[in-house]
Unconditional design. Structure first.
Length: 207
């Protein structure tokens, strides 16, 4: 049964442009947090029980309305038809590198992809999908790229731990994992390369 509090929460979530936490909803409705959390659970249950076209989901630390997965194909076809502002393949690949290796310097993203990514990163920054942050140790090193809450929302993730395993989706995952390890931890592979060079002489003879 709809209550004044649940109705107010629905109205706020409908107008919100990003997820709202239970604390934010409690402040907006001037209600105790536990009552807001209870109302959210009841709202979510109502939409699930009646199999409505939308649902209330907890994403990126907050709550928001979301279209039901049953209608994903319909929504995708409608939204993408004639859509010219979709991310390019280069942008998607760069975003994947940042998502799985964050926090990561822009230079390392370029090393993984083998091309300069400055233009692509500017696009991702403008879309609000990634952010540049100063190094956590306070040094003056290069800013590090991370994904944002907006990225998590768009991907339907509660947290980055929900990212799917990378290997099953790649034809040569082992080679990529070795390349990523070499970029992220070059010190681990430098010794191996040095020892490899010592094993053969200038003419390729074994030493």
């Amino acid at each position: 049964m709809t209550t004044p509090l649940s109705g107010a929460i629905e109205a706020l979530l409908l107008m919100a442009t990003e997820s709202m936490t239970a604390i934010e909803l409690a402040e907006a409705t001037q209600s105790p947090v536990d009552e807001v959390e209870q109302a959210l659970a009841e709202i979510a249950r109502f939409y699930d029980d009646h199999q409505r076209g939308i649902e209330v989901r907890h994403l990126a630390g907050g709550w928001r309305f979301w279209t039901r997965a049953d209608h994903a194909d319909l929504i995708s076809a409608w939204v993408l038809e004639g859509q010219h502002s979709r991310l390019s393949q280069a942008a998607l690949e760069t975003l994947a590198v940042i998502a799985y290796l964050q926090p990561i310097a822009r230079s390392r993203v370029s090393a993984v992809r083998g091309v300069n990514v400055d233009g692509v990163v500017r696009t991702l920054l403008a879309r609000g999908l990634v952010a540049e942050n100063e190094p956590a140790d306070g040094s003056r090193g290069a800013a590090l790229l991370t994904t944002t809450d907006h990225f998590a929302e768009r991907m339907g993730l509660e947290s980055l731990s929900d990212l799917p395993p990378l290997a099953p989706h790649l034809p040569d995952a082992s080679a990529l994992e070795e390349e990523l390890a070499r970029v992220v931890h070059p010190e681990d592979t430098g010794t191996d390369r040095a020892s490899s060079h010592q094993e053969t002489g200038p003419e390729g003879d074994q030493r």
